[in-house]
Design a protein around this ligand. Structure first.
Ligand code: NAD
Length: 257
């Protein structure tokens, strides 16, 4: 088992990448603190892990709130005695996120509060716990849009993921000598609820697919395996990376027909 005796905290564990990563981590031997604001979804993840004889606890937290983030780390540590892995994964893509002219200040602020401040708070409270455990691995979910601009605008989301990527590099540098690794996971377009709600017509889907050399959306399970690598000791010399799992989208200038 690749995460035997490890304790992991996963935000957004109720759906998509977080859901599949929670299940995979538990299968690989980790005890998992599943964090979400959607209690039904988060509890369902825990139930599925327990059904498969894994160990998990659900913690309600809105990652944009400091007290919630402090509590989620506390529950993980108190329940399992230590914390070794923090997967700062929860994020939002607001339906009214648009270009600079049409994005409201509210949408901008909410996106930054969840996608950027949420990762900051996960680190603020997670890093002292990893220190207490003698080190660990933090994985922050950014996106391929941290590296590429799109003509279909989502300005707040794109800016938020750029912030996650640059914050990750600095965190990795600061904490490298404490045996704490910090990597940014940058998924390409995935067939999860978050993106399918946004690309809600066949035309919009095709407009995005045309850029992906593999010609398909990624699956959340395919991202979970990348997170597993970054979380495990197999990636012991990997820190500060922009870890792209994107079907080749950032490699391509023109994609095959
Ligand atoms: P998803 O919508 O399927 O799941 C996100 C989960 O986060 C949900 O369970 C939701 O309830 C939870 N969440 C939302 N706001 C929260 C908050 N304030 N506090 C706690 N939990 C909260 O999304 P997904 O596709 O699995 O995306 C996960 C991450 O991957 C996000 O950061 C997203 O930006 C990023 N990402 C997704 C794609 C994609 O194509 N789906 C591509 C690149 C990056």
């Amino acid at each position: 088992m690749r995460l035997k005796d490890k304790v992991a905290l996963i935000t957004g564990g109720g759906s998509g990448i977080g859901y599949h990563t929670s299940l995979l981590f538990a299968k690989e031997g980790a005890s998992v603190a599943v964090v979400d604001i959607n209690d039904d979804a988060g509890k369902n993840t825990v139930q599925e892990i327990e059904k498969a004889s894994g160990k998990a606890v659900y913690v309600h937290a809105d990652i944009s709130k400091a007290s919630d983030c402090e509590n989620m780390v506390k529950v993980a540590e108190e329940t399992y005695g230590a914390l070794h892995i923090v997967f700062n994964n929860a994020g939002i893509s607001h339906a009214n996120d648009d270009d600079a002219i049409n994005t409201s200040e509210d949408v901008w602020d909410l996106t930054m509060a969840v996608n950027v401040k949420g990762v900051f708070l996960g680190c603020k409270y997670g890093i002292p716990a990893l220190r207490r455990a003698g080190g660990g691995s933090i994985i922050n979910t950014a996106s391929f849009v941290a590296s590429l601009g799109a003509a279909t605008p989502q300005l707040a989301y794109t800016a938020s993921k750029g912030a996650v990527l640059s914050m990750t590099r600095e965190l990795a540098t600061i904490h490298a000598r404490e045996n704490i690794r910090v990597n940014a996971l940058c998924p390409g377009p995935l067939r999860t609820e978050l993106l399918m709600k946004y690309l809600n017509t066949e035309e919009k889907k095709q407009r995005r697919l045309v850029h992906i050399p593999m010609g398909r959306f990624g699956e959340a399970e395919e991202i979970a395996y990348a997170v597993l690598y970054l979380a495990s000791d197999e990636s012991s010399f990997v820190t500060g990376t922009n870890f792209l799992v994107d079907g080749g989208i950032t490699a391509a200038y023109v994609t095959p027909e």
